[in-house]
Design a protein around this ligand. Structure first.
Ligand code: MTE
Ligand code: MO
Length: 372
């Protein structure tokens, strides 16, 4: 069993698959704290978790033409200036279960919990690339990452991001060795992972073994044959993966975490809570909440940390306290977020359905009964 050596997990996690391990925090804990505690941070593994010795760990960084390659120990990496940022990580498959209700899709049935927030610390990728002689000579180039996790044929997890993002100090791409002040947990990439703020989870390569600059995107399955969006009419017989760009920055997203779907609430006041986030460093500027299925709206109060313009890497938590409209037996609660480019979420999921069930960001809806 290649998974026999996987780490122990927190019992509160809602498991979507054991081997490989995929799990999300329970809804009631997801927005309980702004920073997600490490033990309940959502986990998305495609392969068995490697068991790496921090003393013998080496990161290979292929040098630019005429420059030697780097072979960095964990200590070497810690000698680069340490950079710390709070970043929300979201899987492209977050909220896929809602797409599954429209029509079958291929993938794990994530609910609203394939998203979490941590304070990450590590070396800036731009500093490490500079030491290996890399400059922005080719604006079309890509930085390819390879994990040390691999399948039975020896194929490793891999992904890439544009070189222009990797070399931009403002993009704050990290080779992270700390998560919330602790060494990375094994499930989250111990000892080193990539953190690409504002970009889909799939590019945050864990158990990082190799970094190289290439003319083309990573040839990995997960870069080229997965994590892409398509027209709802495209099916597995007609899909042409080369026709769509790989997902990088994610669209604006929000979801309700309280109350829960199907719950019975007391009459009087109702408190609605949730999270909102957008990709590419775009800040959430507003979350609108409706108690009547979208007929009337109220702006929620934004909690959580104020985000820097163009570097809004982390989510906002939000809440709305409102009187339950008199005589209502049921509430149809809806939320939708707006980012600072005034991007909005689509109202329903059917028009954005795609065969892989990614980019599911329609208005989030929760139905509750009101106690008589
Ligand atoms: N890196 C490696 N090496 N192997 C993986 O399976 N999964 C990716 C990414 N990095 C993955 C990986 C995906 S799809 C996501 S969403 C994030 O890691 C999840 O990170 P987390 O498990 O720390 O939440
Ligand atoms: Mo993912």
């Amino acid at each position: 069993d290649p998974y026999a050596d996987d780490p122990k997990r927190h019992p509160a996690l809602k498991v979507n698959s054991q081997r490989p391990f995929n799990a999300e925090p329970p809804l009631e804990l997801l927005t309980e704290t702004y920073i997600t505690p490490n033990p309940i941070f959502f986990t998305r593994n495609h392969l068995p978790v490697p068991n790496l010795d921090p003393d013998t760990y080496r990161l290979h960084v292929v040098g630019a033409p005429g420059h030697p390659s780097l072979c960095l120990s964990l200590d070497d990496l810690c000698k680069f200036p340490k950079h710390e940022i709070t970043v929300t990580l979201q899987c492209a498959g977050n909220r896929r279960s809602e797409m599954m209700q429209i029509k079958e899709v291929k993938g794990l049935g994530w609910r609203t919990g394939a998203i979490s927030t941590a304070c990450w610390a590590g070396a800036r990728l731009c500093d490490v690339l500079a030491q290996a002689g890399h400059q922005l000579s080719d604006t079309e180039a890509h930085v390819c990452f390879e994990g040390l996790d691999c399948d039975s044929t020896g194929t490793a997890y891999g992904a890439s991001i544009p070189l222009a993002r990797a070399l931009n100090p403002e993009a704050e791409v990290l080779l992270a060795y700390e998560m919330n002040g602790q060494p990375l947990p094994r499930d989250h990439g111990f000892p080193v992972r990539v953190v690409v703020p504002g970009v889909v989870g799939a590019r945050h390569v864990k158990w990082l073994g190799r970094v190289s600059v290439e003319a083309d995107e990573s040839h990995s399955h997960w870069q080229r044959r997965d994590y892409k969006g398509f027209c709802p009419s495209v099916d597995w017989d007609t899909v042409d993966f080369d026709s769509a760009p790989s997902i990088q920055e994610l669209p604006v997203q929000s979801a309700i975490t309280e109350p829960r779907d199907g719950e019975t609430i007391e009459s009087g006041d109702v408190t609605v809570k949730g999270y909102a986030w957008s990709g590419g460093g775009r800040a959430v500027i507003r979350v609108d909440v409706s108690l009547d299925g979208g007929l009337t709206w109220q702006a929620a109060e934004l909690d959580g940390e104020e985000q820097r313009p163009r570097k809004a890497w982390a989510w906002r938590l939000w809440q709305l306290q409102a009187p339950v409209p008199a005589g209502q037996k049921e509430l149809n609660i809806v939320c939708k977020a707006v980012d600072d480019s005034y991007n909005v979420q689509p109202d329903t999921v059917a028009p954005i359905w795609n065969l892989r069930g990614v980019l599911s960001n329609a208005w989030h809806r929760v139905r509750v009964r009101v106690a008589p």
